[in-house]
Write a protein that binds this ligand. Sequence first.
Ligand SMILES: C[S@@+](CC[C@H](N)C(=O)[O-])C[C@H]1O[C@@H](n2cnc3c(N)ncnc32)[C@H](O)[C@@H]1O
Length: 263
Amino acid sequence: MFGPLAGRVHLPGLSRTWHPGRATRLTAQIRCCSSRPEPALGPAKAAAHSAILQRYIEDHNTEQQVISKLRAETKKAFPKNGARLMVTVEQSTFLTWLVSSLQVKQAVEVGTFTGLSALAIAQALPEDGRLVTCEIDARPAALAAQAWTEAGVAPKVDLRMGPAAETLDKLLAAGECEAFDFAFLDGNKRMYWDYFQQLLRLVRPGGVIVADNVLWYGRVADAEDQDKRTIALRDFNDRLVACTAVTTSIVPIGDGLALCRKL
Ligand SMILES: C[S@@+](CC[C@H](N)C(=O)[O-])C[C@H]1O[C@@H](n2cnc3c(N)ncnc32)[C@H](O)[C@@H]1O
């Protein structure tokens, strides 16, 4: 079982330097709340370990300066939910490591926001590599485009504005079936299974699809949690486990990543 919201919890007046006892008390307070805390509370991403360990992990996963700069700019431009929407530090370093290790050339992403995960992916692509990334909201996308230019990865990134399901359908219609080595899924949680099925057609056999937020702050393991996004993610995980088209490993990096390799 995962401790509910046992990771870094952003609450007013809470400093980043925690003492174990204090962290435990806070976790206990949150656990006891009758109204279930919304993920919108802040960057509480780690579903499976303590706040102290989360801090340690972050301190030992050094993001490149261009990425940490974009993280800071995003928090400033989107103070309400920016920190929560971006992948965590250890997820961004993991994405760069994975894309590089798999020698990915063609990648596709659902959910660009301000382009942080796209930057982590794009910088690991070769010069002739390509990342197609889907976003519906022009405001964060403008910040993304600026950051990619500054980081020198803009020529590799193909930003497609509009509903992601339509963009993925267009890629399929354009003959890009099995054209991609890698996909990152981080869009609308209630659409995950639909996106996954499209991505499965876009990714080649042996290619990898990574889905974020599959532990949903630990809420997927709480049978009493009937929030629509929790139900959708629980359903997504159940379908993944039963899906014979991929082998899947769910790992508690950040808010949980499903690592799926197409057979
Ligand atoms: C969690 S954020 C992505 C964060 C990003 N991957 C990162 O780590 O920096 C999800 C994004 O999906 C976008 N989104 C939501 N519904 C969408 C849709 N139907 N089509 C395309 N993008 C969508 C939202 O506007 C939001 O920017």
